[in-house]
Design a binder for this molecule. Structure first.
Ligand code: ADP
Ligand code: AMP
Length: 214
């Protein structure tokens, strides 16, 4: 199973991708998580990516593609993956299509988690992430049992640098200019599916499972 999650920043791609990965036993691959992990470790890649991430801009394709192609070569990708936050530009999508085609392979679905911009700021301002395991919560819509502590691993929660409203606005601009065209790209490939991402987390997941098991 090879799936791409599409949608605006904060639409719930990561929340759903984690559940899909757990249910179907494939890795959840988030380029944003990989950049953040690199930054935490202080690698050159992490430091380069930070400059763009802090400005709400996309990291250049060359850097992103190098990182993801290396990730695809790992053993756990043999039976597929759920991609979250990649591809984010047409050149990235084309590079992915080509890499798969070179192996006589293709994506199964591109699932667009559709959430209008007016809901996004709300989602992002309440997002809390776990520094240890990458778990994602929301102070109102998906609260942890103990405030500030991850339900999954007991790690401390933090507010992402790029979730400040002024940066979120920039990320939305980048999304509409550079990432939204992927909806038509995958529609033309015949694998686009759309779910209403304004519903409860569980209902969105139910809709995705219905697509995957149709
Ligand atoms: P993305 O990966 O698309 O950036 P996340 O999965 O991190 O988005 O979700 C953004 C925020 O919105 C998180 O705080 C998450 O808990 C919350 N969230 C995710 N899905 C829903 C939903 N269906 N309804 C309400 N809040 C949601
Ligand atoms: P995310 O965690 O998916 O919200 O990504 C956080 C930030 O990482 C984005 O705003 C970008 O700066 C960067 N990023 C993540 N994935 C990509 C990608 N595929 N292409 C370019 N930049 C990316």
């Amino acid at each position: 199973m090879k799936i791409v999650m599409l949608g605006a920043p904060g639409a719930g791609k990561g929340t759903q991708a984690k559940q899909i990965a757990a249910k179907y036993g494939v890795p959840h691959i988030s380029t944003g998580d990989i950049f953040r992990a690199n930054l935490k470790e202080g690698t050159e890649l992490g430091l380069k990516a930070k400059v763009y991430m802090d400005q709400g801009q996309l990291v250049p394709d060359s850097l992103t593609l190098e990182l993801i192609m290396d990730r695809f070569s790992k053993d756990d990708c043999r039976n597929g993956y759920v991609l979250d936050g990649f591809p984010r530009t047409i050149p990235q999508a084309e590079a992915l299509t080509k890499a798969l085609k070179d192996n006589n392979d293709r994506l199964d679905y591109a699932i667009d988690v559709d959430v209008p911009d007016e809901n996004i700021i709300n989602r992002m301002s309440g997002r809390r992430a776990c520094a240890k395991c990458g778990g994602t919560f929301h102070i109102k819509y998906n609260p942890t049992k103990v405030e500030g502590i991850c339900d999954l691993c007991g790690g401390e929660l933090y507010i992402r640098n790029d979730d400040k409203p002024e940066i979120v606005q920039k990320r939305l601009v980048a999304y509409h200019e550079q990432t939204q065209p992927l909806i038509d790209y995958y529609r033309n490939e015949g694998i686009l599916k759309t779910v209403d991402g304004t519903q409860d987390v569980d209902k969105v997941f139910e809709d995705i499972v219905a697509i995957l098991e149709a």
